[in-house]
Design a protein around this ligand. Structure first.
Ligand code: G3I
Length: 333
C-alpha cells in the first residue's frame, strides 16, 4: 500500500521529514523507512550556522552532504534550513555581528548565503531564508512585531528583504521561503502574529522581494485550542498573496493526552487529522513535512517547555520509537 509520499505525489504534493545525518549514516532501518515514506528531506540541524561554521575559519558541510547525497540517490526533493535564524548562531558570529557596521554585516551575510546556497545549487530546491523572525510568546516590544535578534541589531528591519535578495542572487532558481512558528493555535497573541505575517508579506510582495513560499512550522500542542475556521481563513489569505504554503515542522506534543500509549496515539492522530483536513483543503498548500519521522527522533523530550516532570516520553510523530507505523501515519495518508 502507498505510504504518505505515494498518496501525496498523486495529488501533486510532497510529504517529507527533517532528519539527523548521524542516524541516517548509522541505521539501515532508518534509511529504509525514509526511502519508503518520504519524497522530501531536510537535515534538522545540518545546515544551521552552528553546524556549518562552528568556529572562525572552519566550515563543515559533511553532515549536510550526507542528507543531500541520500535524498538524491532516492529521488527525494530537498529543503535547506535555515539561513537566517537567531538560534544555532555560533557565539563567534554573534560577537562579530555585534561589532560590525551594517555594511560589514551585510557582507558577512552575503558570503554565508553564497557559500551555503552555492554549494547545493540545482540540488536544494527550496530554502528557509528567514526562520522565526517575529517576536514570539510574551510582550512584543517593537511596533513592527519583529523579534529582537543579532541580525536585527546589526542590519535593522531591512534585513528581511535583504536576506531574500541575497538568496535570490545566490540561486535564482531556488524557492525562497519565510518559515515561521506559532501561527496555528487559537490564542489572541497568535492571531496578532497571523495578521502581522499577512501585512508584512503583502508589503514584501509589493516591493518585489523574491519570497515565494511561506512555511508554517506546525508544532502542535495537545491542550492548545485549534480553530479550524480561523486557520482556514489564514491559509486562504496567504494563498491569495500568491505564495505557496508549506507545513514545515509538523509534530504534536502529547503531554495533555492520557498516559496509555494507544489512547495517546489516537489523540495525536485525531489532532493531526483535524489540522491536515484544513491544510490540505487549501490549494496553495504544497508540502507537508514532519519534524522527524519516528518518536525516537523528536526534540520534544529535550525541551523544558515540552518535557514532562514524570519523564514520560513523547509520541509526537508518525512512527513509534521502534519505527513502526502509528495512527498518525494513517491520518497522514
Ligand atoms: O551535536 C551536539 C552534541 O555534540 C552535544 O553533545 C549535545 C549537548 O547538548 O548537543 C548537540 O547539539 C544539539 C543538537 O540539537 C543536536 O542534538 C544542540 O545542542 C541543540 O541546540 C540542537 O537543538 C536543535 C534546535 O533546533 C536548535 O538548533 C534541535 O535538535 C532541533 O530539533 C531544533 O529544531 C527547531 C527548528 O530548527 C526551528 N523550529 C523549531 C525547531 C524545534 O526547536
Amino acid at each position: 500500500a502507498d505510504g504518505p509520499q505515494g498518496v501525496a505525489m498523486r495529488k501533486g504534493l510532497a510529504f517529507g521529514a527533517a532528519v539527523p545525518s548521524n542516524l541516517l549514516n548509522r541505521s539501515a532501518e532508518f534509511r529504509k523507512i525514509l526511502a519508503r515514506d518520504c519524497g522530501l528531506l531536510l537535515g534538522n540541524n545540518e545546515l544551521k550556522m552552528a553546524v556549518v561554521m562552528p568556529e572562525p575559519g572552519r566550515t563543515d558541510f559533511a553532515p549536510a552532504d550526507s542528507v543531500v547525497r541520500f535524498a538524491r540517490a532516492h529521488g527525494q526533493r530537498l529543503r535547506g534550513h535555515a539561513l537566517v535564524w537567531h538560534e544555532a548562531l555560533p557565539s563567534w558570529v554573534a560577537e562579530q555581528l555585534a561589532k560590525a557596521s551594517p555594511a560589514q554585516a551585510e557582507d558577512f551575510l552575503r558570503r554565508w548565503i553564497d557559500t551555503a546556497m552555492g554549494r547545493y545549487r540545482g540540488m536544494i530546491e527550496s530554502w528557509d531564508v528567514l526562520n522565526e523572525v517575529l517576536a514570539g510568546y510574551g510582550p512584543v516590544r517593537r511596533e513592527d512585531g519583529l523579534r529582537e535578534t543579532p541580525w536585527l541589531a546589526a542590519l535593522g528591519p531591512g534585513y528581511l528583504d535583504l536576506a531574500f535578495r541575497l538568496a535570490h542572487d545566490a540561486d535564482p532558481s531556488a524557492v525562497l521561503t519565510w518559515n515561521e512558528d506559532s501561527l496555528e493555535h487559537d490564542f489572541g497573541w497568535v492571531e496578532a502574529r497571523r495578521a502581522r505575517v499577512l501585512t508584512r508579506l503583502e508589503a514584501m510582495r509589493k516591493r518585489g522581494v523574491p519570497v515565494r513560499r511561506f512555511g508554517i512550522q506546525a508544532h502542535l500542542v495537545s491542550d492548545h485550542p485549534f480553530d479550524a475556521a480561523k486557520f482556514r481563513r489564514f491559509l486562504r489569505e496567504l494563498g491569495q498573496l500568491g505564495v505557496g504554503i508549506a507545513i514545515t515542522e509538523l509534530d504534536i506534543d502529547d503531554k495533555a493526552f492520557p498516559a496509555d500509549p494507544a489512547a495517546r496515539d489516537k489523540g495525536v492522530a485525531d489532532f493531526a487529522r483535524r489540522f491536515l483536513d484544513v491544510a490540505l483543503d487549501e490549494p496553495a498548500l504544497l508540502d507537508v513535512v514532519t519534524w522527524g519521522l519516528f518518536d525516537g527522533d523528536t526534540w520534544l523530550n529535550d525541551h523544558p517547555d515540552h518535557r514532562r516532570p514524570d519523564g514520560r516520553r513523547q509520541r509526537p510523530l508518525p512512527l513509534d520509537e521502534a519505527m513502526r507505523p502509528k495512527p498518525f501515519r494513517e491520518a497522514l495518508i
